[in-house]
Design a protein around this ligand. Structure first.
Ligand SMILES: [Zn+2]
Length: 157
């Protein structure tokens, strides 16, 4: 899902679970639960865009995520806890970025037969969480995302 959706859920987790370490673990778990619901994000059709464009969208999404988290939750849970829990909620996606940035390209879906060890590690780290990743197209994939965030907000209120 988008970083902003993950951060919105991280915020309610941080608000309802005062212990930052526990909240961070739950935020990481929430990432995988959310990504298993069919959704659209900036990674969905990345092969149809330039990697630079996808990178810029991802950075903009991450900045939005932190901005929204700070506006909504920093006053309630504190700047440091909300930063840690938001980072935790985004961590699974950051672990995937070396594969995207360094190795993947439009026509390449997996390491070639002569790939080096770093490329194979980057691919494995990318592939494991992606087993959970369910995709849906825009705009349906946006609605499922809003519904998921709303579900967590109601659940954790
Ligand atoms: Zn993800």
């Amino acid at each position: 899902m988008t970083a902003t959706a993950h951060a919105l859920v991280a915020g309610v987790i941080a608000k309802s679970v005062p212990d930052t370490a526990t909240a961070s673990m739950l935020a990481i778990a929430s990432h995988y639960i959310m990504d298993s619901i069919p959704h659209w994000d900036f990674g969905t059709n990345w092969r149809a865009r330039s990697k630079t464009t996808t990178g810029m969208l991802a950075i903009a999404d991450t900045i939005t995520a932190f901005t929204v988290a700070y506006i909504l939750f920093a006053g309630k849970v504190g700047v440091v806890p909300i930063t840690i829990v938001t980072v935790a909620s985004l961590l699974p996606d950051w672990l995937e970025t070396p594969w995207y940035i360094l190795f993947a390209h439009q026509k390449k879906h997996e390491p070639g037969p002569r790939a080096g060890i770093l490329e194979r590690i980057a691919y494995a780290v990318y592939k494991i969480p992606n087993a959970f990743h369910a995709k849906a197209q825009f705009p349906l994939g946006i609605f499922t995302q809003i519904a998921t965030v709303a579900f967590f907000w109601i659940l954790l209120r």
